[in-house]
Design a protein around this ligand. Structure first.
Ligand code: AKG
Ligand code: FE2
Length: 311
Protein backbone atom coordinates (compact mmCIF):
# COMPACT_ATOMS: atom_id res chain seq x y z
CA UNK A 1 0.00 0.00 0.00
CA UNK A 2 1.37 3.43 -1.03
CA UNK A 3 4.74 1.78 -1.33
CA UNK A 4 6.61 4.20 -3.54
CA UNK A 5 5.66 7.78 -2.78
CA UNK A 6 7.44 10.47 -4.79
CA UNK A 7 7.88 13.47 -2.54
CA UNK A 8 7.77 17.06 -3.76
CA UNK A 9 8.19 20.36 -1.92
CA UNK A 10 6.82 22.73 -4.58
CA UNK A 11 4.45 24.48 -4.81
CA UNK A 12 3.73 22.93 -1.37
CA UNK A 13 4.63 19.62 0.30
CA UNK A 14 2.89 16.67 -1.34
CA UNK A 15 3.57 13.17 -2.61
CA UNK A 16 2.33 11.18 -5.56
CA UNK A 17 2.05 7.41 -5.98
CA UNK A 18 1.47 5.74 -9.35
CA UNK A 19 0.15 2.39 -8.13
CA UNK A 20 -1.29 3.17 -4.71
CA UNK A 21 -3.36 0.14 -3.69
CA UNK A 22 -3.77 -3.55 -4.48
CA UNK A 23 -6.26 -4.67 -7.13
CA UNK A 24 -8.50 -6.02 -4.39
CA UNK A 25 -8.41 -2.75 -2.45
CA UNK A 26 -9.24 -0.75 -5.58
CA UNK A 27 -12.16 -3.09 -6.30
CA UNK A 28 -13.50 -2.52 -2.76
CA UNK A 29 -13.25 1.24 -3.21
CA UNK A 30 -14.92 1.16 -6.61
CA UNK A 31 -17.99 -0.42 -4.97
CA UNK A 32 -18.53 2.89 -3.18
CA UNK A 33 -19.67 4.44 -6.45
CA UNK A 34 -22.37 1.89 -7.23
CA UNK A 35 -25.03 3.18 -4.80
CA UNK A 36 -27.01 5.93 -6.43
CA UNK A 37 -29.24 7.36 -3.72
CA UNK A 38 -27.38 9.47 -1.20
CA UNK A 39 -25.04 11.74 -3.14
CA UNK A 40 -24.86 15.38 -2.09
CA UNK A 41 -24.58 17.71 -5.03
CA UNK A 42 -22.34 20.75 -4.78
CA UNK A 43 -23.35 23.27 -7.37
CA UNK A 44 -21.37 26.45 -6.74
CA UNK A 45 -19.81 28.47 -9.53
CA UNK A 46 -16.31 27.17 -8.76
CA UNK A 47 -17.05 23.94 -6.95
CA UNK A 48 -19.24 21.49 -8.83
CA UNK A 49 -19.15 17.79 -7.89
CA UNK A 50 -21.12 15.18 -5.95
CA UNK A 51 -20.01 13.79 -2.60
CA UNK A 52 -20.92 10.89 -0.35
CA UNK A 53 -19.45 10.19 3.07
CA UNK A 54 -18.36 6.56 3.06
CA UNK A 55 -16.27 6.30 6.25
CA UNK A 56 -18.42 3.52 7.71
CA UNK A 57 -18.07 1.45 4.56
CA UNK A 58 -14.28 1.25 4.81
CA UNK A 59 -13.12 -1.99 6.47
CA UNK A 60 -11.34 -1.43 9.81
CA UNK A 61 -8.20 -3.25 8.68
CA UNK A 62 -7.99 -0.99 5.65
CA UNK A 63 -8.41 2.08 7.87
CA UNK A 64 -5.60 0.97 10.21
CA UNK A 65 -3.26 0.09 7.39
CA UNK A 66 -3.73 3.38 5.57
CA UNK A 67 -3.44 5.40 8.79
CA UNK A 68 -0.18 3.67 9.74
CA UNK A 69 1.18 4.29 6.26
CA UNK A 70 0.15 7.96 6.29
CA UNK A 71 1.87 8.41 9.67
CA UNK A 72 5.04 6.96 8.19
CA UNK A 73 4.94 8.97 5.00
CA UNK A 74 4.07 12.34 6.57
CA UNK A 75 5.90 11.88 9.88
CA UNK A 76 2.91 13.58 11.55
CA UNK A 77 1.13 12.61 14.78
CA UNK A 78 -2.15 11.66 13.10
CA UNK A 79 -4.97 10.54 15.40
CA UNK A 80 -7.20 7.49 14.88
CA UNK A 81 -10.09 9.62 13.65
CA UNK A 82 -10.65 9.21 9.97
CA UNK A 83 -13.13 10.36 7.37
CA UNK A 84 -13.54 9.15 3.81
CA UNK A 85 -15.51 10.79 1.02
CA UNK A 86 -16.39 9.41 -2.38
CA UNK A 87 -16.40 12.19 -4.95
CA UNK A 88 -18.02 12.01 -8.34
CA UNK A 89 -17.73 14.59 -11.10
CA UNK A 90 -20.03 14.62 -14.14
CA UNK A 91 -19.42 16.28 -17.51
CA UNK A 92 -19.30 20.04 -16.94
CA UNK A 93 -18.18 19.72 -13.32
CA UNK A 94 -15.08 21.63 -12.21
CA UNK A 95 -13.37 22.50 -8.92
CA UNK A 96 -11.88 26.01 -8.86
CA UNK A 97 -8.63 26.95 -7.12
CA UNK A 98 -8.84 26.72 -3.33
CA UNK A 99 -6.46 25.92 -0.47
CA UNK A 100 -8.51 23.88 2.06
CA UNK A 101 -6.58 25.64 4.85
CA UNK A 102 -7.12 23.75 8.11
CA UNK A 103 -9.52 25.80 10.17
CA UNK A 104 -10.00 24.92 13.82
CA UNK A 105 -10.83 21.19 14.10
CA UNK A 106 -10.22 20.45 10.41
CA UNK A 107 -8.11 17.69 8.96
CA UNK A 108 -4.38 18.28 8.33
CA UNK A 109 -3.67 15.75 5.58
CA UNK A 110 -5.52 14.22 2.67
CA UNK A 111 -4.97 11.31 0.39
CA UNK A 112 -6.78 11.60 -2.93
CA UNK A 113 -7.16 8.35 -4.89
CA UNK A 114 -8.22 8.40 -8.53
CA UNK A 115 -10.29 5.54 -9.92
CA UNK A 116 -10.75 6.24 -13.63
CA UNK A 117 -10.02 3.34 -15.95
CA UNK A 118 -8.87 4.29 -19.46
CA UNK A 119 -8.49 7.96 -18.61
CA UNK A 120 -7.58 10.09 -21.65
CA UNK A 121 -6.38 13.71 -21.73
CA UNK A 122 -9.62 14.83 -23.40
CA UNK A 123 -11.61 13.54 -20.40
CA UNK A 124 -10.22 16.45 -18.34
CA UNK A 125 -10.41 16.33 -14.55
CA UNK A 126 -6.70 17.01 -14.09
CA UNK A 127 -5.76 17.92 -10.51
CA UNK A 128 -3.61 21.04 -10.72
CA UNK A 129 -1.38 22.57 -8.04
CA UNK A 130 -0.63 26.27 -7.77
CA UNK A 131 1.85 28.46 -5.91
CA UNK A 132 -0.78 31.22 -5.66
CA UNK A 133 -4.47 31.52 -6.54
CA UNK A 134 -3.63 33.74 -9.53
CA UNK A 135 -0.72 31.82 -11.01
CA UNK A 136 -0.27 29.03 -13.55
CA UNK A 137 -0.38 25.39 -12.45
CA UNK A 138 3.08 24.23 -11.41
CA UNK A 139 2.22 20.52 -11.13
CA UNK A 140 -0.50 18.34 -12.65
CA UNK A 141 -1.85 14.96 -11.60
CA UNK A 142 -3.74 13.01 -14.26
CA UNK A 143 -6.67 11.21 -12.60
CA UNK A 144 -5.56 7.76 -13.78
CA UNK A 145 -6.71 4.57 -12.15
CA UNK A 146 -4.99 3.84 -8.82
CA UNK A 147 -2.98 7.08 -8.79
CA UNK A 148 -2.84 8.78 -5.41
CA UNK A 149 -1.92 12.26 -4.33
CA UNK A 150 -1.26 13.07 -0.69
CA UNK A 151 -0.84 16.56 0.73
CA UNK A 152 -0.70 18.61 3.89
CA UNK A 153 -3.43 21.21 4.09
CA UNK A 154 -2.27 24.72 4.85
CA UNK A 155 -3.03 28.33 3.97
CA UNK A 156 -1.16 28.10 0.65
CA UNK A 157 -1.93 24.56 -0.56
CA UNK A 158 -3.73 25.88 -3.64
CA UNK A 159 -5.25 23.30 -5.99
CA UNK A 160 -8.15 22.77 -8.35
CA UNK A 161 -9.60 20.29 -10.85
CA UNK A 162 -10.12 21.13 -14.52
CA UNK A 163 -13.54 20.65 -16.09
CA UNK A 164 -14.42 17.05 -16.93
CA UNK A 165 -16.02 15.72 -20.08
CA UNK A 166 -16.43 12.16 -18.75
CA UNK A 167 -17.55 10.97 -15.29
CA UNK A 168 -14.65 11.05 -12.81
CA UNK A 169 -14.38 8.98 -9.60
CA UNK A 170 -12.17 9.88 -6.65
CA UNK A 171 -11.90 8.72 -3.04
CA UNK A 172 -10.62 11.29 -0.52
CA UNK A 173 -9.19 10.11 2.83
CA UNK A 174 -8.90 12.74 5.59
CA UNK A 175 -6.52 12.66 8.57
CA UNK A 176 -6.41 14.80 11.72
CA UNK A 177 -3.39 16.16 13.58
CA UNK A 178 -3.34 15.32 17.29
CA UNK A 179 -3.26 19.05 18.11
CA UNK A 180 -6.17 20.17 15.93
CA UNK A 181 -8.95 17.78 16.84
CA UNK A 182 -12.71 18.39 16.98
CA UNK A 183 -12.32 18.08 20.79
CA UNK A 184 -9.99 21.10 20.76
CA UNK A 185 -12.43 22.91 18.49
CA UNK A 186 -15.25 22.37 21.01
CA UNK A 187 -12.97 23.49 23.86
CA UNK A 188 -11.95 26.72 22.11
CA UNK A 189 -15.46 27.55 20.95
CA UNK A 190 -16.67 27.16 24.54
CA UNK A 191 -13.80 29.33 25.80
CA UNK A 192 -14.74 32.16 23.44
CA UNK A 193 -18.53 31.78 23.59
CA UNK A 194 -20.30 35.20 23.71
CA UNK A 195 -17.00 36.98 23.37
CA UNK A 196 -17.06 40.70 24.15
CA UNK A 197 -13.97 42.85 24.37
CA UNK A 198 -15.88 44.97 26.91
CA UNK A 199 -15.19 42.27 29.50
CA UNK A 200 -11.48 43.10 29.39
CA UNK A 201 -9.97 45.11 32.29
CA UNK A 202 -9.85 48.92 32.07
CA UNK A 203 -6.06 48.81 32.45
CA UNK A 204 -5.92 47.48 28.90
CA UNK A 205 -7.85 50.40 27.36
CA UNK A 206 -4.98 52.85 26.68
CA UNK A 207 -2.72 50.06 25.38
CA UNK A 208 -5.41 48.67 23.06
CA UNK A 209 -6.30 52.17 21.82
CA UNK A 210 -2.67 52.90 20.94
CA UNK A 211 -2.27 49.51 19.25
CA UNK A 212 -5.46 49.99 17.22
CA UNK A 213 -4.16 53.31 15.95
CA UNK A 214 -1.03 51.76 14.46
CA UNK A 215 -1.52 48.01 13.86
CA UNK A 216 -3.72 46.12 11.38
CA UNK A 217 -7.18 45.27 12.69
CA UNK A 218 -6.48 41.57 12.24
CA UNK A 219 -3.58 41.82 14.71
CA UNK A 220 -5.41 43.82 17.38
CA UNK A 221 -8.46 41.60 17.04
CA UNK A 222 -6.35 38.53 17.68
CA UNK A 223 -4.57 40.22 20.59
CA UNK A 224 -7.94 41.14 22.11
CA UNK A 225 -9.07 37.54 21.71
CA UNK A 226 -5.91 36.26 23.46
CA UNK A 227 -6.57 38.74 26.27
CA UNK A 228 -10.10 37.35 26.67
CA UNK A 229 -8.66 33.83 27.02
CA UNK A 230 -6.42 34.99 29.88
CA UNK A 231 -9.27 36.91 31.49
CA UNK A 232 -11.56 33.87 31.34
CA UNK A 233 -8.86 31.61 32.73
CA UNK A 234 -8.96 33.93 35.75
CA UNK A 235 -5.63 35.77 35.41
CA UNK A 236 -5.16 39.26 36.82
CA UNK A 237 -5.21 42.48 34.80
CA UNK A 238 -1.40 42.66 34.52
CA UNK A 239 -1.30 39.22 32.93
CA UNK A 240 -4.17 40.06 30.58
CA UNK A 241 -2.30 43.21 29.48
CA UNK A 242 0.89 41.18 29.02
CA UNK A 243 -0.96 38.71 26.86
CA UNK A 244 -2.41 41.44 24.68
CA UNK A 245 1.02 42.99 24.18
CA UNK A 246 2.61 39.65 23.36
CA UNK A 247 -0.06 38.73 20.80
CA UNK A 248 0.07 42.18 19.21
CA UNK A 249 3.84 41.83 18.83
CA UNK A 250 4.50 44.67 21.30
CA UNK A 251 7.42 44.16 23.63
CA UNK A 252 6.33 44.75 27.20
CA UNK A 253 9.92 44.50 28.51
CA UNK A 254 8.64 42.62 31.53
CA UNK A 255 10.17 39.50 32.90
CA UNK A 256 7.59 36.87 33.64
CA UNK A 257 7.23 33.97 35.98
CA UNK A 258 6.88 30.57 34.33
CA UNK A 259 3.10 30.46 34.57
CA UNK A 260 2.63 33.86 32.91
CA UNK A 261 5.06 32.83 30.17
CA UNK A 262 3.07 29.67 29.44
CA UNK A 263 -0.37 31.26 29.83
CA UNK A 264 0.44 34.11 27.44
CA UNK A 265 1.71 31.70 24.78
CA UNK A 266 -1.25 29.35 25.09
CA UNK A 267 -3.69 32.27 24.94
CA UNK A 268 -1.94 33.53 21.82
CA UNK A 269 -2.28 30.10 20.22
CA UNK A 270 -5.99 29.89 21.20
CA UNK A 271 -6.61 33.23 19.52
CA UNK A 272 -4.62 32.24 16.44
CA UNK A 273 -6.56 28.99 16.02
CA UNK A 274 -9.86 30.74 16.59
CA UNK A 275 -9.27 33.64 14.22
CA UNK A 276 -7.00 32.02 11.65
CA UNK A 277 -6.19 28.34 11.09
CA UNK A 278 -3.94 25.54 12.28
CA UNK A 279 -0.38 26.32 11.26
CA UNK A 280 2.03 23.44 11.72
CA UNK A 281 5.20 25.59 11.85
CA UNK A 282 3.66 27.83 14.51
CA UNK A 283 2.47 24.84 16.51
CA UNK A 284 6.01 23.41 16.53
CA UNK A 285 7.33 26.70 17.90
CA UNK A 286 4.74 26.60 20.70
CA UNK A 287 5.61 22.97 21.43
CA UNK A 288 9.30 23.82 21.72
CA UNK A 289 8.65 26.89 23.87
CA UNK A 290 6.60 24.91 26.38
CA UNK A 291 8.61 21.68 26.23
CA UNK A 292 9.53 20.26 29.62
CA UNK A 293 7.54 22.86 31.58
CA UNK A 294 5.25 22.13 34.48
CA UNK A 295 1.64 22.06 33.29
CA UNK A 296 -0.10 24.59 35.51
CA UNK A 297 -3.50 23.48 36.82
CA UNK A 298 -5.47 26.37 35.39
CA UNK A 299 -4.05 25.74 31.95
CA UNK A 300 -4.16 21.98 32.05
CA UNK A 301 -7.30 21.24 29.94
CA UNK A 302 -6.11 23.56 27.17
CA UNK A 303 -2.51 22.42 27.42
CA UNK A 304 -3.45 18.77 27.07
CA UNK A 305 -5.56 19.40 23.99
CA UNK A 306 -2.95 21.62 22.31
CA UNK A 307 0.13 19.68 23.27
CA UNK A 308 -0.94 16.11 24.03
CA UNK A 309 1.69 13.58 24.94
CA UNK A 310 2.16 11.56 21.79
CA UNK A 311 3.61 8.14 21.02
O1 AKG B 1 -10.61 15.50 -6.94
C1 AKG B 1 -9.43 15.82 -6.76
O2 AKG B 1 -8.52 15.41 -7.48
C2 AKG B 1 -9.08 16.74 -5.61
C3 AKG B 1 -10.28 17.25 -4.91
C4 AKG B 1 -9.93 18.25 -3.82
O3 AKG B 1 -9.94 19.44 -3.98
C5 AKG B 1 -9.53 17.75 -2.49
O4 AKG B 1 -9.63 16.55 -2.25
O5 AKG B 1 -9.12 18.57 -1.64
FE1 FE2 C 1 -9.43 20.50 -2.19
Amino acid sequence: MLSQPHHHQNPFPFFAVDAAFSEEQCATLEQLFLQDSTWQHRDGAFYRCSLREVTDEIPATFHHEILARMREITGLPLVERFMVTAQRMQPGHVIGIHSDRPLLGYEIARLVLQLNKNWQAEHGGVLELFASPEGEATFKVNPEYNKAFGFLLHAASYHGVTEVTQPRQTVVFNFWHVANTPELEAHIKALFANLHFSELPAALDPIAAAAEASLPEEVTYRAGTAAVALQRWGYDAATVVNGYQYSAGLDSNDTHDAETYAAVRLADWMAYLYRDSFNLARWKILRDELAGMERFTRLLPTWQLCLPEWG
